[in-house]
Design a protein around this ligand. Structure first.
Ligand SMILES: [Zn+2]
Length: 257
């Protein structure tokens, strides 16, 4: 893509690395082993030190491991809501600086990176990160191209997530670097993710009506699979995770959570 923007993958997790003339910006460090590997890879592409680490939200699986960067003098930035919600962990380094409100702009070596709060969706204090010049958006957990939602959607609030995706879709960018999945995807991945959640919600409502029992998890799942297979059958983990996706929507519809 651009010669200053990279994505580092460690097993299932991915982040974004932006090299500027005055230091490197690293998003989620993932975990200590990932961060050590990441630092070694960064040293292969630039002599610049890592100066900023940005945490996307409050979940350990993305934000652990910043110690190697902090030890070099990097500053860690996180949305205040995420900082407040982060449970203590021996491998998560608390942020040095937090921000409130909708947008926080960081600049380093002539590069601008916007940190944009997307509101309730997944976890707490979730942000997306936009590089306006490069027209790239980095999203974590809320957009995974061509894959059904993660298992039983842990700490996701599906109807809020749908609204947040509409907000993300209004931002100006061409490509997405997602926190899970391929290194880059077209912007259309955002609308596709949103439509999947809308279609899933409708299919669960229909399946519940047909089943005549709002907690007939297996019957409703079978109905949803039939409804969604023509459009989403080729998406990753459709058969493996659909029952879990359906469980989450049933709970949202029945208990308001
Ligand atoms: Zn998460």
């Amino acid at each position: 893509m651009f010669d200053n923007v990279y994505s580092f993958r460690f097993f299932l997790h991915r982040n974004m690395i932006v090299v500027t003339n005055d230091g490197v910006i690293v998003t989620d460090p993932i975990n200590p082993a990932a961060a050590r590997n990441m630092l070694a890879e960064i040293k292969k592409i630039t002599d610049q030190p890592v100066k900023l680490v940005i945490y996307s939200h409050n979940h350990w699986d993305h934000i652990a491991g910043a110690k190697v960067f902090k030890d070099q003098g990097a500053k860690i930035i996180q949305h205040a809501l995420a900082a407040k919600a982060t449970r203590p962990s021996p491998i998560v380094v608390p942020a040095d600086e937090t921000f409130t409100g909708d947008t926080h702009v960081v600049t380093l070596g002539g590069t601008t990176l916007e940190l944009i709060s997307i509101g309730p969706s997944h976890g707490s204090g979730m942000i997306v990160m936009r590089l306006p010049k490069e027209r790239i958006l980095h999203t974590i957990d809320v957009v995974t191209p061509q894959r059904v939602a993660f298992r039983n959607m842990p700490d996701f609030f599906p109807q809020d997530w749908i609204k947040a995706l509409a907000k993300i879709d209004q931002l100006d960018f061409d490509r997405v670097i997602p926190g899970h999945g391929p290194p880059v995807a077209p912007k259309s991945a955002v609308a596709e993710q949103r439509q999947y959640l809308i279609d899933l919600t409708v299919a669960v409502s229909e399946g519940t009506k047909k089943a005549g029992n709002p907690f007939a998890f297996d019957t409703i799942t079978a109905s949803v699979k039939d409804d969604l297979r023509p459009k989403y059958g080729k998406w990753n983990l459709f058969d493996e995770w659909m029952g879990l996706n359906v469980d989450r929507i049933i709970l949202e519809q029945r208990i308001g959570w």
